[in-house]
Design a protein around this ligand. Structure first.
Ligand code: UD1
Ligand code: MG
Length: 452
């Protein structure tokens, strides 16, 4: 690893109007994480790694996302959108305070990896003033073209300014660059705006470097890693690439995915050993699945931790704040939210458990509902260990069910139930001897001949 210090500047001032959305472009999600979070996640970390993000005016949501992910990062506002070199200079104060390597990356390229950041920095160690990330584009339209002589990079020509011969070049600028930190400011400040758009192009850094007698080089990577997102269609393409990566990584880590292409993971999903995920499962952010757990088909899980050898689904929904203990079982059509279910708890069918704590080995019968909301606020249900809640019970919170307590089926429980008590709340049953027979005879007699 390089011991050189680094400053990474992420350009995120794009409006994203082509996304047809009121959400700033870099806050759109891929694998349940914002584009920006992916880029920041790949950027160099550690004591010698500083981070600066350039955002547009009135983009407080973007600044908040930066703070959430990297509280140490500095945000700078680019007031006018005058080009990528102009955007970098919005972070001038950060550049001035000095770093060995200055990295510039776009906030809308979520598939970039930490390895590529490292590869791009390597030539700086052997004296290059600038290293540019390049790729061979299937369709280079719109990208800056890399003009090379031997292994030297001599110029980047923006699509709008390129000749027909230059437009035939497939080697393109990915938009990520590494500068020698001691030369960066001099280079970027020398960039002018004499081009068809009248913008300050960061890509002109190559020409400046050559004029100063320094060296610029290209480091190549695959197109999949540098896809820039400008439209919802490109967002969906990036999602597909990211899901393929996450599934591959899960399989390599030993997760059994029976039909990987039908399982959706989040960038932060974590797995223990011998986890099985059946087809058609959707996993959102903040999910951890421990050793031996099985997630059955058609389950939807967000911000939940699943204990060892637990079983979830089919058709289960685990919402934020769910914690399942070891060996817990959540069956079909069960929804759990903001609830801790200790080891061995069973909720096997058709239930809603929300704002609750359920002690170890309790059994929650089919159709049990924790009535947590009174129309104004949420209330908690606490169930002890080894309790048994009969089917179709309503537990009206706030309410406590003691250890080892029994609730008779169909009860509406509004008062606390002590340990080991049996609570039954329902009207008494009446049996009328022979009543069914009499009813049948009555109905049969009343039938018209045509009915028979
Ligand atoms: C840029 C490159 C092009 C490269 C392509 C790769 C320049 C001049 N061109 O073109 O060579 O092939 O990316 O995707 O750099 N931004 C700001 N402030 C600005 C302008 C841009 O923050 O004033 C940000 C945008 O939010 C975006 C990034 O910089 O994240 C790139 O800008 P964009 O307009 O997308 O540049 P491209 O035309 O795609
Ligand atoms: Mg772009």
């Amino acid at each position: 690893m390089s011991a050189r210090s680094s400053l990474t500047i992420v350009l995120a001032a794009g409006e994203g109007t082509r996304m047809q959305s009121s959400l700033p472009k870099v806050l759109h999600p891929v694998a349940s994480q914002s584009l920006l979070a992916h880029v920041l996640g790949a950027a160099p970390k550690g004591v010698d790694s500083r981070l600066a993000v350039v955002i547009g005016p009135d983009h407080t949501a973007v600044a908040d996302e930066v703070k959430r992910i990297r509280p140490d990062a500095a945000s700078f506002v680019q007031r006018e959108r005058l080009g990528t070199a102009h955007a970098v200079l919005a972070a001038r104060d950060a550049i001035v305070s000095g770093a060995d390597d200055l990295l510039v990356v776009f906030g809308d390229t979520p598939l970039i990896s930490a390895e590529t950041f490292a590869r791009l920095r390597a030539p700086l160690r052997s004296g290059a003033a600038l290293a540019v990330l390049g790729f061979r584009a299937a369709d280079p339209t719109g990208y800056g073209r890399l003009l090379v002589e031997g292994d030297r990079l001599v110029e980047i020509r923006e699509h709008a300014d390129a000749t027909p011969e230059q437009r035939a070049i497939k080697l393109c600028n990915a938009g990520m660059m590494a500068f020698d930190g001691r030369k960066a400011l001099q280079i970027i400040e020398a960039i002018g705006n004499a081009n068809s758009k009248g913008e300050y192009y960061l890509t002109d850094a190559v020409t400046v470097v050559r004029e100063l007698g320094w060296e610029a080089v290209v480091i190549e990577t695959s197109e999949d890693e540098v896809r820039g997102i400008n439209t919802k269609a490109q967002l969906a393409e990036a999602e597909a690439v990211m899901q393929a990566r996450l599934r591959k990584a899960a399989l390599e880590a030993g997760v059994t995915l029976i039909a990987p292409e039908t399982v959706y993971l989040a960038a932060d999903t974590t797995f223990g050993k011998d986890v099985t995920i059946e087809p058609f499962v959707v996993i959102g952010p903040g999910v951890s699945i421990s050793d031996g757990a099985v997630i059955h088909s058609f389950s939807h899980i967000v911000q939940a931790s699943i204990g060892r050898h637990a079983s979830v689904g089919p058709y289960a929904r685990l919402r934020p704040g769910t914690s399942l203990g070891d060996g817990a079982r959540i069956g079909n059509f069960v929804e759990v939210k903001a609830a801790t279910l200790e080891a061995g708890v069973k909720v096997n069918h058709l239930s809603y458990i929300g704002d609750a704590h359920v002690g170890a080995n309790s059994n929650i019968g089919a159709g049990t509902i924790t009535c947590n909301y009174d129309g104004f606020s949420k209330h908690k249900t606490t169930i002890g260990e080894g309790a048994f809640v009969g089917t179709n019970s309503s537990l009206v919170a706030p309410v406590k069910i003691g250890n080892g307590a029994y609730i008779g089926s169909g009860s509406v429980i509004t008062k606390d139930v002590p340990d080991d008590a049996l609570a039954v709340e329902r009207s008494p049953q009446t049996n009328r001897e022979g009543g069914a027979k009499r009813y049948r005879e009555l109905k049969t007699k009343a039938r018209t001949p045509k009915d028979r």
